[in-house]
Design a protein around this ligand. Sequence first.
Ligand SMILES: Cc1ncc(COP(=O)(O)O)c(C=O)c1O
Length: 374
Amino acid sequence: MIPLRAWTEIDLSAYERNLKNIKQALPETVSFISVVKADAYGHGLPQIVERSLQSGIKTFAVANIQEATEIRNVGVGWPILLLGALMPGEEQYIPNSEFIPTISSLEELIRLQSVCEAKQSIVQLHLKIDTGMGRLGLWYADTSECIKRIQASPNLKLSGIYTHFSDPVNDPQFTQIQRQRLESVIATIQSNSAISVHADSSASFNALSESSPYNAVRIGLLQYGVLPYPKMQALNISVTPTLSFYTKVGLVKTLPKGSSISYGRSYQLNRDSKIAILTAGYGDGIPLPYSGRGSVIIQDKLCPILGRITMDQIIVDVTDLKSVQSGERVILIGRSENCSITLERFCQDSDSIPWEVLCSITKRVQRVYTNPRT
Ligand SMILES: Cc1ncc(COP(=O)(O)O)c(C=O)c1O
């Protein structure tokens, strides 16, 4: 086997435990929509979906039809909510699939309706309401024409209504306004069958009670064991990170004090130094702003990154380590016996957010799965 240069390890049993703990924290009336867009936040969609199914997850959400088709390749039998805009031409893939489109405009609705009429099929849809995110969704004060059209059509079934919060962590007051706006739309809908109502994601789902009108949540980040904000720890939701990120030492050498390091001579050695050149760079998803700020773990010691990160390589200071060899494992995100680099810390030192870092780990980084179900 060709030796790995950069890889992530994904602990599927930690993932399953996270799902269980989140489900336990939800009121019984609230169902779990597992958000697996962007290749399950970089964890690998088929592997994550398969383990979710084994853990009793029954509904998934993805960004688009292409991602939904990847779930279909794992198997059939579960609804898949498409969170993105319904592009012209995509409506033809909805009838007789288990894909549930999000409708954000009259134009999308008309296209969906005409294809359903032509194919004489009934499709489910979720109506998205823009309550203050300023992204997808019908503006909350402007929904009546779409709702009337859906209710008058034998081909369209409103099976869900939802919104997305723009700042649930820092602006609870505005989040409350967003809830009220959604609830004002719900009050105008007459329906004989159950409608899924959802607004909360990882950052806010813990605010729900059985008496609220919300009967579903869309959870992404938290199921991968990452807290959307640090203080969430205090809320008694126990999750552990599912992903660790590794690379290797490619070359070790010594350079005299004053030597310059990397592109732009972005660092000058202030002592005679031993440096290690690692086999991963921004081509593997390590953000450029991490240059000169982040560290890695080698032999259970934090080693600072020197100078600019390059496409395939990073240079780190290993002067204080005894003997470092080419081929040694290096931790980029993860923990050793006495050291850890959490995803949260990695994000802080690279001016990024966990969602972005996870999605940015590139294709050439091999995903290695641990603790599969046998
Ligand atoms: C519409 C929508 N719902 C739910 C989520 C899941 O959010 P989180 O990963 O914070 O749980 C996202 C994430 O980007 C989203 O865009």
